[in-house]
Design a protein around this ligand. Structure first.
Ligand code: NIG
Ligand code: FE
Length: 412
């Protein structure tokens, strides 16, 4: 049994509890001054404050001096599309000439371009590339994440993507939770008959993913020119029957009813929500659905920002994630997401911390083991080159991580 002591923590700041936080509770963080943590077998054994050291601290095998810095839970990125072939930097001039996200997709580019490149990529290529992304995420303070399939749009490549994620979850320090997103776009083969594509996903691909235990959640892109509410409902009903938790990409560009559907179907989270209307907001509040807001996507698309402040006021639990993908958000920097959540969503630093720790942890069904710093939870934490949360919301464009500790193991 080896023990690690992290001492001389200026402020230890964390939400408390294993549930998602909404309304006033979104902004409630515990702040412990002059704190110390003892970690044993990857778990937090004891936390003290006021300069007092935990019992048996003197017997720790290793000691890290936090130097009076801020310590928070490891960040949780609750929404990514990190497995993909190629990149899409060639879309930049198209965008500058005025092409919108859906214009590029309708012309056979966008997601469909990445689908062609992902189908052509080998397992090893995707594995190595995604592993590099996970290394980079860890270096930015992210210790757990969600990742979606959806660049295959047929069984073989969807399963290849999910197998990459499964292997990385086993081999990489990052905790990776997978989501099946076969309904991410309509592939060329089904352009004339999207209903038949949904049937194929429901009858062939989804059961195979379930049988091989390759994903815990299912997600669908409910959007104008992509999947309508009726198709989305059919896909999600099948997913629910097979035991998947539900997520929906909704109201990214147009509010066509995706967030109302999320409320009705008991989705765990509803994602994007840039254009959400009053009906959608009420449905999320009533259904207890977490709003997974993606401010770096708004930034990169030059779009509006989701009404996160209003969501908090309406009692909707808010999470903020990167949406890392090659089209609408080619950045995996969750610290930038925190800056944007503060400046563009007008969220307070405490609310922001909740939005990148316990709320996304609950949205990936890990609220009982990660997302807060409490005795018995997994020892995933970040020592920041900052004295308080305000500093993290204020400095942008730099990486303020001093050290990341994952399951009690020091990671540079
Ligand atoms: O969440 N909107 C759909 N899916 C991704 C973008 C995927 C892509 O453009 O490659 C998103 O923004
Ligand atoms: Fe997304």
């Amino acid at each position: 049994m080896t023990a690690l002591l992290v001492k001389n923590i200026g402020i230890l700041q964390t939400p408390v509890g294993s549930f998602s936080h909404k309304g006033k509770a979104q902004g409630e963080n515990q702040k412990r001054k002059d704190a110390a943590i003892v970690i044993e077998n990857g778990l937090i054994r004891e936390i003290t404050d006021g300069g007092k050291l935990p019992q048996g601290a003197e017997n720790a095998d290793r000691v890290i001096d936090a130097g009076g810095r801020l310590v928070t839970p490891g960040l949780v990125d609750g929404h990514t599309h990190m497995v993909f072939g190629g990149y899409r930097q060639h879309e930049i001039p198209m965008k500058l000439k005025g092409a919108g996200y859906l214009d590029i997709l309708r012309a056979g580019g966008g997601i469909l371009d990445t689908v062609r490149k992902t189908r052509a990529a080998s397992f090893e290529e995707l594995y190595t590339k995604t592993r590099g992304f996970l290394d980079e995420m860890l270096s930015f303070g992210v210790t757990a994440c969600e990742a979606k399939s959806g660049y295959g749009l047929e069984a073989e490549t969807e399963i290849k993507m999910l197998q990459v994620l499964k292997k990385l979850n086993e081999e990489h320090p990052m905790d990776v939770v997978s989501t099946f997103m076969g309904a991410h776009a309509i592939p060329d083969e089904y352009k004339e008959d999207p209903d038949a594509f949904i049937d194929m996903l429901c009858e062939d691909v989804m059961p195979a993913v379930r049988e091989q235990n390759l994903a815990e959640f299912a997600d669908v892109f409910t959007e104008d020119s992509v999947f309508n509410c009726e198709q989305s409902r059919r896909y999600l009903e099948r997913a629910k029957a097979l035991g998947f938790g539900l997520k929906i990409h909704a109201d990214e560009i147009e509010a066509i009813g995706g967030s109302v559907l999320a409320g009705e179907m008991g989705a765990v989270s509803c994602e994007h929500l840039i254009s959400i209307d009053e009906k959608g907001l009420e449905a999320l509040a009533e259904g207890g659905v977490t709003a997974m807001c993606l401010p770096a996507t708004s930034f990169y698309l030059g779009a509006d920002f989701a009404p996160a402040r209003k969501m908090i006021e309406m009692g909707i639990p808010v999470a903020a994630a990167s949406d890392f993908n090659p089209g609408s958000c080619p950045s995996l920097n969750l610290q930038f997401v925190m800056n944007l959540a503060c400046i563009k969503y007008r969220m307070l630093p405490e609310e922001v911390l909740t939005a990148v720790t316990i709320n996304p942890a609950c949205a990936i069904d890990r609220g009982d083991c990660i997302g807060t710093l409490e005795e018995g939870k997994q020892a995933d934490l970040v020592i920041w080159n900052a004295e308080d949360m305000e500093m993290l919301c204020y400095r942008f464009g730099s990486n303020l991580v001093k050290q990341v500790i994952k399951k009690g193991e020091y990671i540079a």
